[in-house]
Design a protein around this ligand. Structure first.
Ligand SMILES: C[S@@+](CC[C@H](N)C(=O)[O-])C[C@H]1O[C@@H](n2cnc3c(N)ncnc32)[C@H](O)[C@@H]1O
Length: 328
């Protein structure tokens, strides 16, 4: 498997990644309420912790999507009807569910070129272990932001594309951002290319709350790790033990929300920004939204981004949908 780190093609660009992180932290911590973008969760430690979350019994999304993909893997090659395809995955993570999709195509005799894209290089190494080698499978991992990676993949890709956005990554965007993301996706691919997108559905709130506050505390560690990352990469002096994780469901937004809450009044210095930030006792830093959907929301997003629904695939509990769209 080849891995290209698009953001590290030149050392100067590596500095840009750190500068962007510092700038986003500055903007986020100067906002009211304070916030930090969820994309910064995924340093090496964050990617490892996320992998642990996905196999915890309280976290239903991964095993549910696994069940769906396992049940449709033999159907997808028939629907797509190509002899060779390019599978491009945005935010691929450890790829263990994608392995099912790839196996489905390979079993049907289809040649597969797989371009996993992830902002985390660690994710790419975790993925490498989960994808079984095959003579008809070529893998080219791309370490990059979603669209930077997709544009790069398109310079290499010559076949019909299926763009995978699994794990309800789309749920990290608010409804307006999701539309923007999907429209940009549609603009970047060709007519008749496909998208297979995972959407987590609205459901019983207790089920949601336990998934995002797992009993082993892995989600807590995952969120607190963002403070460790700032300590390491931005020369900050967060006392991690004086913040706590809080995950809750907002029924008006229809989203799970993750926060870090300051346990006391405190001052933090961030060396890279050469400034201090004040946190009041019980003040929250917003980290992540995980929007939940109704099937009608999915149809709306599809109609408004120039795709047509080929089929929605769901699980026995109707917890999650992987929907196959065709670009029109
Ligand atoms: C919630 S995990 C899901 C991983 C995988 N899709 C799954 O279903 O298990 C999100 C993944 O997207 C990656 N990611 C987050 N923001 C990204 C961005 N802006 N560009 C590229 N990758 C991103 C993270 O590094 C992480 O591996």
């Amino acid at each position: 498997m080849k891995i290209t780190n698009v953001s590290n093609v030149q050392v100067a660009q590596e500095d840009n990644v750190k500068e962007q992180f510092a700038l986003d932290v500055l903007t986020g911590l100067c906002s009211t309420p304070k916030n930090i973008s969820a994309k910064y969760f995924y340093d090496d430690k964050g990617s490892e912790l996320f992998q642990k979350i996905t196999s915890h019994k309280d976290y239903y999304p991964t095993r549910t999507e696994f069940e769906i993909l396992d049940s449709i893997k033999d159907e997808l090659p028939k629907v797509v009807g190509e002899k060779e395809i390019d599978l491009v995955e945005l935010g691929a993570g450890d790829g263990h569910k994608t392995e099912l999709v790839i196996q489905g195509f390979l079993n049907a005799g289809v040649i597969v070129n797989f371009y996993p894209i992830d902002i985390s290089e660690k994710a790419m190494h975790l993925l490498k272990k989960n994808i079984t080698a095959h003579k008809n499978l070529k893998i080219h991992g791309i370490v990059a932001e979603y669209f930077q990676g997709l544009r790069y993949a398109r310079t290499l890709s010559t076949n019909k594309q299926i763009v995978l956005v699994l794990g309800s990554n789309i749920g990290n965007f608010n409804p307006a951002q999701s539309q923007g993301f999907l429209r940009q996706l549609r603009k970047t691919i060709n007519k008749s290319d496909y998208a297979l997108i995972g959407f987590d559905l609205k459901k019983n709130i207790d089920t949601l709350l336990s998934a995002y506050n797992d009993s082993a505390g892995i989600t807590r560690d995952f969120n607190l790790n963002l403070l460790n990352r700032m300590n390491q990469e931005l020369d900050a002096n967060f006392d991690v033990s004086s913040f706590e994780h809080f995950g809750t469901y907002n029924p008006i937004l229809g989203a799970m929300e993750s926060y870090l809450i300051s346990k006391k009044d405190q001052t933090v210095f961030i060396g890279e920004l050469e400034r201090t930030f004040e946190f009041n006792e019980m003040e929250a830093i917003h980290l992540e939204y995980s929007f939940k959907f109704l099937k009608k929301d999915i149809n709306f997003l599809c109609e408004h981004s120039a795709f047509e629904v080929v089929e929605h695939f769901s699980d026995k509990n109707d917890y999650f949908v992987d929907t196959l769209w065709k670009a029109i």
